[in-house]
Every structure is written in C-alpha cells, then in structure tokens.
Design a protein around this ligand. Structure first.
Ligand code: ASP
Length: 321
C-alpha cells in the first residue's frame, strides 16, 4: 500500500457559503476521491483563507512536511489560490526532502456546480504518488497542468485555469477512466536549500508606477531589513528613486529590483537616471526571473539566515534558488 499525506490549510477548496455573514469562508476540508491501494492520512495545521497565510504559517508547514516526509510516498497540500505560489516557493526554498510535495486548490467552492476541487485533488494525489515526481521540488497542479514552484503564478482572478507563469507547465496529468496518464516535459534546475529556523527579518514590497516620486519609500525603508521593488519593464524606475536606493544600499541594506511586468528577467540595460544599469551601479540587486512576491520571500529567508548584502547579491546573481 502507498501512503499519502494530505495537509489541508483552507482556501476555496475548503469553502462554503458563510452561515454567519457574507460570502464564502473556509469550513470543511475536502477528502481525496477514491484512490485504491492508497492509505491517506489527513492533517490540518490551520484552516485559513490564503490572504491570511503568513510566512510564519509557511515555516510551520515546512516543518510539518519534513516530519511527515519519511513515512509517506507523497504529500499533497491544499491551499487558497491567492497566495498559493508564495507558499509553494517558500517550500521550494526551504524543503530538503525528496518526497514529492504537490500544492493544489480550487477556484470554485463545494456548493458550485463547477466545483473543481475533487479533480484537482485527485490529480495532485496521483502526481504526488508518481515515482517520477521525486526530487523535482514542490509542484503545483491545476487543471491537469503541473508547475514548478519557482515559476508558477496565478494569472486569472476567476477562471478555473487560473495558473500559468513563464515558461509554463513542466508536465501534464490526464485521466482516462481510472488510469492516470502523466508526462513530464522538464526537470526543474537543482536548487540549494535555505532552512532558517525562524523568520525574524522584515521585508516590504513597493510597487512602481508612472510618476512615482518615491512616496512611501522612506517609511518602508525605516521599517524593513530589506526592500523589494516591483519596478518597470526590465527593472527601471523614475529618476527620483535613484538617490533613495543608493542611500539604502550604502547603509548595507539590500534593495532587490523585480518587475511588475508578468514575464521576463530584470537586467541592467538602461543608463538614464533610474534606468536599471544606474540602479545596479547604485547597489541594487536584480531579481532575475522572480516576481516581486517570490523575491521578497527569498530575501526574507536569506536575511533571516543572517546573510549579508554581498552574500545576498551572490545568491540572486547566481540564480541559486
Ligand atoms: N480565492 C481564493 C481561493 O481560490 C481564496 C483563498 O486564496 O483562500 O482559494
């Protein structure tokens, strides 16, 4: 018999209309539809809408997964879709286990005719138990597509096919009757493990826009151990930001430049004041292909491990994540 752990954390896949107020809320964890020859163990460390999930919950989840991994062939994590990619990437950074870990959820709740929960859960379970899933790091499964935690992102607020991300899925699962057809197209790059015992650091994200003159920057800088900016295009900002960033990096605090554009790398091309090349010259660190919220988790983990500015720069530059 194979052994599957299903860790329920809430989200729409556990939601129903709220008996005491408006909208829908997480209530009952779903069960995995029939899997012959599989013993399923259920766990529920918390039951939250994913906008209430914090890095502290992600760390607790990582500890639970490391504890369960030796006794199971695969682990499924059900999660709200809004921050699923953040939890997936946090696990990608911090888990050492080779046991497959697969995150899934649903876009429609259990009382809607189009509830996508059971199908996603069954797909995730079959992916988690598949021998070829070992050693690929945490994965996300939605609508039959299998994504690498490093690149997966939510691309639609309501569609059932809500997940994507450049360069797309690394595999696909389809079912014909009782049999699952699983194909992988790619093996994610090897990743180092960063496992902080706690997360004492504080990192904030600022979002750039046309005409931004740095409003909110000084306040965020004062509160934080590091900043991430969702900048424009290949990582450019209005000229007013250049001296502000130079001051922060000179003090030894990291400023990571991501992009608010939905795909592609941050690279230092432009030399006008605030252009990416001038930001890097001023000490800012390009986030490579990570979106701002994933770059923030990497920076949070590295700062919590006590890495200094030079070491943090090396991790981002080498793409060691
Ligand atoms: N809309 C979300 C979901 O699909 C709610 C959440 O993220 O908890 O699960």
């Amino acid at each position: 018999m194979k052994r599957l752990a299903v860790i329920h954390t809430g989200g729409t896949i556990a939601s129903r209309p709220n008996p005491d107020g408006p909208g829908v809320t997480p209530q009952a964890a779903p069960s995995v539809p029939g899997l012959p020859g599989v013993i399923v163990h259920d766990y529920q460390p918390f039951n939250l809408p994913s906008p209430h999930v914090t890095p502290a919950h992600m760390l607790a989840l990582a500890h639970l997964i490391e504890q369960l991994a030796p006794g199971h062939d695969g682990i499924v994590v059900t999660h709200g879709t809004d921050t699923l990619e953040e939890t997936a990437f946090f696990l990608h950074l911090t888990l050492a286990t080779q046991t497959p870990v697969v995150l899934t959820g649903s876009m429609r709740h259990a009382e809607e005719a189009s509830w996508d929960g059971p199908g996603n859960l069954l797909d995730a379970a079959q992916v988690a138990l598949h021998p070829q899933s070992r050693g690929r790091g945490p994965l996300a499964v939605f609508g039959g597509d299998i994504y690498d935690a490093r690149t997966v992102t939510k691309v639609h607020t309501t569609a059932v096919d809500a997940f994507g991300g450049y360069p797309g899925p690394i595999g696909r699962i389809d079912r014909v009757g009782d049999s699952a057809h699983l194909r992988y197209f790619a093996m994610p790059e090897a990743r180092p493990v960063y496992a902080p015992p706690a997360l004492p650091a504080h990192v904030e994200i600022l979002y750039a826009y046309a005409g931004w003159q740095g409003e909110g920057y000084a306040e965020a800088d004062a509160r934080s151990d590091g900043l991430v900016i969702a900048a424009l295009g290949t990582g450019n900002l209005p000229a007013e930001l250049l001296p502000l960033i130079a001051r922060t990096t000179t003090s030894g605090k990291p400023v990571v430049i991501a992009t608010r554009t939905h795909a592609g790398p941050v690279i230092p091309i432009y030399g006008y004041p605030g252009g990416g090349a001038t930001l890097v010259e001023a000490g800012a660190i390009p986030a490579s292909f990570l979106n701002a919220h994933k770059a923030r988790l990497l920076l949070l983990v590295l700062l919590s491990l006590g890495r200094d500015l030079g070491e943090i720069r090396q991790v981002f530059e080498a793409g060691a994540f």
